[in-house]
Ligand binder design. Structure first.
Ligand SMILES: *Cc1c(COP(=O)(O)O)cnc(C)c1O
Length: 395
C-alpha cells in the first residue's frame, strides 16, 4: 500500500482552494478581454472583475481599493516598495534621507533589494532580533535617526512564524516621518491586518500563501498626505496608476481577490482549528522524543507554524527518511544551498543546531489524521537516526 502523503509545507506555498479555482476558470476562456480595453464590453466585464477583486483585497487589510497595486507576488511588491521609495527619495523627493532599517530575519525578497541599494548611496541597518525572534523596540528606536527614510519589518516570519509588533513600529515611524513597509506575505488572511490602525504605508501581499494562484500579488500603497513617493520599477503602458505597467492577468486577480475574501471570513475559525492541530503535533512529538526544542516565541506566533530543533539529528537526513511528508529545513527560497537558515542563526542557534531544525507548516486542509501520521513518522525517523548515530559512534 502506498504511504499516505502529507503536505505540511504551507509556508512555502498552499494548494489552490477549489472554490478559488472554480471562480477563476471562466476568466481564462469566456471573460478574456483586456481590462484596459475601454471601447467594448469584453474589456469592461474584465475590468469589473478586477475592480471587484481590488475591493476584496483592500477589504482584508482595511485599505481603499485605489491603494492596491497589482503585482506578480510579494517578491515584486517588496522590490517595488523598497527600491521605489529609495529611488524616489534619491531623485529629489526626500533627498536628505538615505538610511534604511530592516531585520536580519527578513525574507531574502527584502534583504536582497536592501543589499542592492547599499551598492548605491544608501546605508542599511540590519537589526538583530531577540532570542525569541521578536524585534527589540528600544533597539529599533536607537537605530533610526533623522536620515532614516524607510523601516521594513515583516509582519509574520516565514520560518518561525513569529509576529512582530506592527502597531508600535507603525506609530513610531509615522511620528518621525519614516516610511513603514511591511512584508505581510505570511500574515494576511491568517491574523488581523489593519493598515490604518497599524500606520502602515506599504504592504506586500502574495496570493499563493493564502490558497490562491502563484504569480500574483499586490502592494498596498497608502494614499493621502503626506504624499508617498514611489518610483515605478516597470515602465510601459501606465497600468496601476503608473506604478506597475503590464496587462492585468484577470483570472489570477480574481483568484487573489477571492482568496482574500475567503481568508478574511474564515480567519478566526481557521486559526482556532490550526492552533489545536499544532498543539496536537507538538504534544505528540514531545511525548515521543527527548531533546527537542522550540524555535521562536510561542505566544506571538502564527497558529499554523511550528519550528523544532532535534538535537543530534541532521534535518536533511530526517526529511530524506520521510519523503512522503512535506516539511522544510528552512526557507524554501534558500534550500538550494546548504547554509543553515539565516533566521535560526539570528536567534542565536549554533551552526549544528540550525542544521537540525525543521519547519512544520499546517494549513487550511490539514487534518487531525495527517497530524497523527506526521507525529508517528517523525518520532520513528528521529529515533532511528539517533540510534544509528550511536551505533556508528561505538563501532
Ligand atoms: C513567500 C514569501 C515571499 C515571496 O512571495 P512570492 O509571491 O512568492 O514572490 C516574500 N516574503 C515572505 C515572508 C514570504 O513568505
Amino acid at each position: 500500500m502506498a504511504q499516505q502523503r502529507v503536505y505540511l509545507d504551507n509556508h512555502a506555498t498552499t494548494p489552490v482552494d477549489p472554490r478559488i479555482f472554480n471562480a477563476m476558470a471562466p476568466f481564462f476562456t469566456e471573460i478574456y478581454g483586456n481590462p484596459a480595453s475601454k471601447n467594448h464590453s469584453f474589456g469592461s466585464e474584465a475590468k469589473d472583475a478586477v475592480d471587484a477583486a481590488r475591493r476584496q483585497i483592500a477589504g482584508l487589510i482595511g485599505a481603499q481599493p485605489k491603494e492596491i497595486i497589482i503585482t506578480s507576488g510579494a517578491t515584486e511588491s517588496n522590490n517595488l516598495a523598497i527600491k521605489g521609495v529609495a529611488e524616489a527619495a534619491a531623485a529629489g523627493g526626500v533627498a536628505e534621507r538615505n538610511h534604511i532599517v530592516t531585520l536580519t530575519t527578513e525574507h531574502k525578497a527584502v534583504l536582497d533589494p536592501c543589499q542592492r541599494l547599499e551598492l548605491s548611496r544608501f546605508a542599511v541597518t540590519y537589526l538583530k532580533v531577540q532570542e525569541n525572534g521578536l524585534v527589540n523596540m528600544d533597539e529599533l528606536y536607537t537605530a533610526t535617526h533623522e536620515k532614516t527614510l524607510l523601516v521594513s519589518v515583516m509582519h509574520a516570519n516565514n520560518e518561525i512564524g513569529v509576529i512582530q509588533p506592527m502597531a508600535e513600529i507603525g506609530a513610531f515611524c509615522r511620528q518621525n516621518g519614516i516610511v513603514f513597509h511591511v512584508d505581510a506575505a505570511q500574515s494576511i488572511g491568517k491574523i488581523p491586518v489593519d493598515v490604518t490602525a497599524m500606520n502602515i504605508d506599504l504592504l506586500s501581499i502574495s496570493a499563493h500563501k493564502i490558497y490562491g494562484p502563484k504569480g500574483i500579488g499586490a502592494l498596498f500603497v497608502r494614499s493621502g498626505k503626506p504624499r508617498l513617493e514611489l518610483r515605478p520599477q516597470m515602465d510601459g503602458g501606465g497600468h496601476e496608476r503608473g506604478f506597475r505597467s503590464g496587462t492585468l492577468p484577470t483570472p489570477l486577480i480574481v483568484g487573489l481577490g477571492l482568496a482574500c475574501e475567503l481568508a478574511g471570513g474564515e480567519m478566526a475559525s481557521e486559526a482556532a482549528a490550526l492552533g489545536g492541530l499544532r498543539q496536537k503535533l507538538l504534544d505528540g512529538i514531545m511525548a515521543g522524543l527527548d531533546h527537542v526544542t522550540i524555535n521562536g516565541d510561542m505566544e506571538q506566533r502564527l497558529p499554523g507554524n511550528l519550528n523544532l530543533t532535534f538535537k543530534d539529528v541532521e534535518a536533511e537526513s530526517l526529511l530524506q527518511r520521510i519523503p512522503h511528508i512535506a516539511l522544510s529545513t528552512g526557507s524554501a527560497c534558500t534550500t538550494a544551498n546548504l547554509e543553515p537558515s539565516h533566521v535560526l542563526k539570528a536567534l542565536g542557534l549554533r551552526h549544528e543546531a540550525a542544521l537540525s531544525s525543521v519547519r512544520f507548516g499546517l494549513g487550511r486542509f490539514t487534518t487531525e489524521e495527517e497530524v497523527e501520521t506526521v507525529v508517528e513518522a517523525v518520532v520513528q525517523a528521529v529515533t532511528s537516526l539517533r540510534a544509528s548515530a550511536l551505533i556508528s559512534n561505538i563501532s
